[in-house]
Design a protein. Sequence first.
Lengths: 112, 113
Amino acid sequence: DQQVKQNSPSLSVQEGRISILNCDYTNSMFDYFLWYKKYPAEGPTFLISISSIKDKNEDGRFTVFLNKSAKHLSLHIVPSQPGDSAVYFCAASAIGNEKLTFGTGTRLTIIP
Amino acid sequence: KAGVTQTPRYLIKTRGQQVTLSCSPISGHRSVSWYQQTPGQGLQFLFEYFSETQRNKGNFPGRFSGRQFSNSRSEMNVSTLELGDSALYLCASSLDSRGETQYFGPGTRLLVL
């Protein structure tokens, strides 16, 4: 039972344009959401997070949007840069639980 | 501040053997979590240790076990290896409080032949 879903395994975006990565979840107990970026042969690195009390969090080129009623979050990267090419994982945790549940990832390729 | 380190980085074993992987968290971090990454399943939570106690556990068979030492270093053990255990095993550390981001190590790539 995949509680966190990233339905697009891959995405290609032109350099300078906006990249939008999507994530859906099914567990209504999830109240904290994170995005991680992973390069080959490296561990995931934290990008940005959002608590369920907010619907938007911004950090530089990265913005995460949370739609609780739709159980959907998205990561916007603008403008996209070649160094953004990586696999992006969304993750969620529930109240009172440190465990992170990850999606299966979306491979983002930025085309120069 | 040094990051999360994992040893070994690569490992080849045969079916039926057992393996122990090691993780040293960031200094001061007391929580260590382990994840398995496979192409088909993505990142799956194995277990989390805090102050030498297992605090959370994922849906993996009992062949997967772990422990944490008083200095917060953690080991993960897999006994009676199966071909399907071939994966990247990632360790992540955090200070503790929920909401703290986890910092991942580079992983140990295990190949079971």
